[in-house]
Each structure stands twice: as structure tokens, then as C-alpha cells.
Design a protein around this ligand. Structure first.
Ligand SMILES: [Zn+2]
Length: 353
């Protein structure tokens, strides 16, 4: 497995990427780690159209060359499980024993974290929809640009670690992105299995233009670098199971890529979800959920109701097809066009490429 992982890593390197892990030092933002070292510091995002920020980052540069895994936490400000998990991962990584490197972005979106913001940064934009970003944009776009240049361009593999946002009651799952690049897609799949979450949403819908990649993980994939997006936890909680799944999954990826020996939590036979739909609020109002996460539903099963502020029903929200509730919004605000629930259809068998 180790040899195979390294071959995949080599295949994944784009023509413009030098084999960075082979270098004597690895620099990310203000942080430089020499071979066999661990260092922490900041990615500076200067002020521009609006206020700047700085992103906490660690670099663990292994004693021997190998893949460079980027772990990105806290893209959304009210999603805490990955922010809590990465310091534990950092403590467990021993550069003296590593063949390869790990870049840990501890908190991708400090303005949203410290502002306790759901979905949107202070500029009103969703950081996970503005990649690859731009240097002259608002703060979300400048953060995306900085992470693209300093982290994604310097990595060979990436995990973007999410959970249900502050209003989302979510069951754990990963996204397997199918991009059309067979080698990368297979490596994406192997990373998803290695991370260990036992439900996997098959996602074939991400943009194909690297200049409009929108998502963190898609930015890596469209640059030829295998990646996945994880979801564990939600509702602003930091429960041990949800944080532990992020930590265990990250260490299992380190093992899978042959960077360092660590416990594997690989799942060989996950539940594949071949069709999924986010159900959005048809109108602003007060959300009364009926269904719960992990609930099995039939086509037409009532998921909840949107009422007006006086208590009059505006709309019932029902499952569009049979499957499972992957998440349901668990707090009352329903804003027009925003998610209320996510339903997935379970594939019978193995997915085709
Ligand atoms: Zn998120």
C-alpha cells in the first residue's frame, strides 16, 4: 500500500508543481520547517477592499521526502470539530518518523470563527464557493487566494474538513468527488475510504474550470491533486465522537499516504449515496423540523414545515425520493433559498466510475 500511495502521489503532481516535499525546507506563509521539523505561524491576508486577517497554520516536514497532505479546518466559522481536532493531529505527527509532510490550516476563516458566523463571512460570501479566489477581492476571496497559493499549490493531497454548520444537525459522511480524471478520481475514492466515515456522497456536479473551482477540495482536484471533503458533527457542538472522527480520519490519511505509521480507520464497504438533494426554504419563515438526521424516509415523507411568524403554515417540505436524512436544520430561522435538509438516496451496490 505504501508503494502504491507514493506512486499515486507522484502521478498527482501537476506539471507546474516541483516535488516540494523533496526540498530541504517547506515554507507556507511565514512558517518555514526544515526537514525533520515542526513549525507553526500564520498565513497573512492583508487588508484590501475590507479588513484583513491571519490564518493559523502548522507545517510538519518529514525527515524523508514523500506526499504533502494539506488538512484544512474551519472553512465555515461555526463548524468547530476540525478546529478542535487539528491540534491533536499536530501533536501526534512526528517529523522524525515521517516520509512526506503535512500542512495543517487550523482555522481557514478567522473572521467567521470569531464572529460566530454561519455560512457567510463578513463580506456576505461563502468561503467554500469563491475558490480559487482573487488577490484584489473581498476578504473571502483573498483568503481563498492565499490558501490556493500557499497551501493547495504546495500540497499533493488535500482534506477539507467540515461539519454541519451551527444550525445543521448532521450525520457523518464524506464527499467522493468524481471529476472525470480517472487517476485522480480513483485516488479521491481511496482517500474517502481511508478517512473512515461510513456514508459517502458521490458528487459529480462540481465545476470543471480551474479558474472557477468554487470549492476548496475542487481547487485541488482540478489541479490534479487528490482530495476529499469530510463532514462530522454540527449544531456548534464539539462532542467527542465528532471531533474524534476528524482526528482519526486525518491520522488514517497520513497512514494511507505512507507519510507515517498511524492507526487506519479505513472503511471498505461504505454506504454509497448516488443521488442527493438539498431542500431549500421556499420562503422566509420559522422552521419546524419533523424529521431527524439518520432517519430513513420514503418519497414524500414530511421533513418539516415553514410557518410565518404568526404560526400560519406557509409550506410543507417533503423528501423528494426515498433515502436517508443526511442533515436537517435544527434551529428556527428559515431564510428564502437557504438549506432546510439534505436527503441522500442509498446506492444498492458499488458505484461505477
Ligand atoms: Zn462547511
Amino acid at each position: 500500500m505504501r508503494t502504491e500511495a507514493i506512486v499515486l502521489a507522484a502521478l498527482s503532481l501537476g506539471s507546474t508543481s516541483p516535488f516540494l516535499a523533496a526540498q530541504d525546507s517547506l515554507a507556507v506563509g511565514t512558517v518555514t520547517a526544515r526537514r525533520g521539523e515542526k513549525a507553526s505561524g500564520w498565513l497573512e491576508v492583508p487588508a484590501g477592499a475590507d479588513e484583513g486577517t491571519r490564518i493559523p497554520v502548522s507545517v510538519v516536514h518529514g525527515a524523508k521526502p514523500g506526499p504533502v497532505l494539506a488538512l484544512v479546518a474551519g472553512t465555515h466559522g461555526y463548524e468547530y470539530t476540525s478546529v478542535m481536532a487539528l491540534p491533536r493531529v499536530l501533536a501526534r505527527l512526528d517529523p522524525a518518523r515521517m516520509a512526506g509532510s503535512v500542512i495543517l490550516v487550523h482555522m481557514a476563516n478567522p473572521p467567521s470563527f470569531y464572529g460566530r458566523r454561519i455560512y457567510y463571512s463578513p463580506d456576505g460570501k461563502n468561503l467554500n464557493r469563491v475558490y480559487p479566489g482573487r488577490p484584489d477581492g473581498t476578504v473571502s476571496e483573498r483568503i481563498a487566494h492565499t490558501i490556493t497559493r500557499e497551501v493547495i499549490d504546495k500540497a499533493t493531497h488535500l482534506a477539507d474538513m467540515h461539519c454541519g454548520d451551527g444550525n445543521e444537525s448532521l450525520r457523518p459522511y464524506s464527499y467522493w468527488q468524481v471529476s472525470g480524471n480517472a487517476a485522480v478520481d480513483e485516488a479521491n475514492k481511496q482517500m474517502v475510504l481511508a478517512f473512515g466515515l461510513d456514508h459517502v456522497v458521490i458528487d459529480r456536479e462540481r465545476p470543471k474550470d480551474p479558474a472557477k473551482s468554487a470549492y476548496t477540495s475542487n481547487t485541488a482536484v482540478l489541479r490534479g491533486k487528490p482530495a476529499l471533503t469530510t463532514e462530522s458533527g454540527g449544531m456548534g457542538l464539539t462532542d467527542a465522537d465528532s471531533v474524534g472522527a476528524q482526528e482519526a480520519g486525518a491520522m488514517s490519511l497520513v497512514q494511507h499516504l505512507g507519510i507515517m505509521d498511524a492507526p487506519s480507520v479505513r472503511v471498505d464497504k461504505p454506504v454509497w449515496i448516488d443521488r442527493s438533494e438539498v431542500l431549500r426554504a421556499p420562503a422566509a419563515g420559522v422552521w419546524h423540523p419533523v424529521a431527524a438526521k439518520m432517519q430513513t424516509v420514503a418519497a414524500g415523507t414530511l421533513l418539516g414545515r415553514v410557518r410565518d411568524p404568526f404560526g400560519r403554515e406557509l409550506q410543507e417540505v417533503r423528501a423528494p425520493f426515498a433515502g436517508e436524512v443526511l442533515y436537517v436544520v435544527g434551529t428556527p430561522p428559515a431564510s428564502e433559498g437557504e438549506p432546510l435538509a439534505f436527503v441522500g438516496h442509498l446506492l444498492d451496490g458499488e458505484p461505477q466510475p
